[in-house]
Ligand binder design. Sequence first.
Ligand code: NDP
Length: 344
Amino acid sequence: NKQIIFKDYIHGFPKESDMILKTSTIKLKVPDGCSDAVLVKNLYLSCDPYMRSRMSKIDDNYVPIFTPSEPMSGDGVAKVVDSSHPDFERGELVTAITGWEEYTLIKSSESESETHFIRKIHHTNVPLSYNIGILGMPGMTAYTGFYEISKPQQGDTVFVSAASGAVGQLVGQFAKLSGCYVVGSAGTKDKVDLLKTKFGFNDAFNYREETDLDAALKRCFPQGIDIYFDNVGGEMLDAVLPNMRLNGRIATCGMISQYNLKPAEGVRNLLYIMAKQIRMQGFLVYHYRHLYPKLFDLVEPLLEQGRIAYVEDVAEGLESAPAALIGLFSGRNVGKQLVRVASD
Ligand code: NDP
């Protein structure tokens, strides 16, 4: 069983060497006496920015931290290879919090508590990996942050940062479907092209090439921004605040520009929250799981009718997982970053 082991707590930017490949032998069978357990073969693993928060020892962390010398873990698509659990049969496809390894044994205490969130896959007419993308946590994040937190109205002007990523590409398309004017920022020319051609953004810019973010935002939003879907925080948030319209909404989804910095950068333009009566609200997708049926109701027909796109970046092989994860922090990924561990 090949595994990617989390070496030890880190500071600053994560490196490939913070994770080590280890191989051990296991029996492809639920151990005798282990009731209500499921042994799964991992097919796809998800790389997500929140994993960085799991790599540092922070007392009041909002997600459980990784244990040094244990495998990394995260959302995965897997196939049941053996089961002593009455609800899961050999051969069934599931999503779960799986280890970064070829096979994971999910024990009863874990499958029944909230730890592993093991669920059967019902969406079989879409690529399997969509179950941890557009129909999984990133889809739910885009849905919650846009519809529940931002409260869009037809004609609103919407700005999305990290717009070509797992979450951002969906927010842009949801905004278009809601009759909004939407502009995205991303870190390369190819990503900017993707925003305009594949995802239907009205406009887009490469924030790395703009010498003046305020000027770029004024160029794209001469009348100001009604909704800012913030994936990055920092300098971009600072530039957005003065460009917000009266009664604008900011959905604080993430602040990826800050995750590797200690201390985080200061934001100087907070006064505009008062002056422009902005409502700025953070959210954690984990508290909105009850909305999954709403996400499915919205997205399934759109997928069927080919009215929504989802771009994925699939790294091949478990060995490529560390590089894929750290690539999120330099913008190496184009779309939702996944690792294909096995095809079946
Ligand atoms: P992405 O697929 O968008 O990947 C991360 C992207 O962030 C990179 O590709 C890069 O794109 C951009 N980025 C990296 N470093 C920086 C930087 N210093 N400044 C600006 N942009 C940067 O990730 P996700 O879509 O999965 O996540 C997007 C955000 O949503 C993250 O902040 C994440 O933490 C957050 N999130 C929050 C959730 C919640 O419950 N609140 C749940 C899920 C995600 P580029 O090339 O364009 O710079």
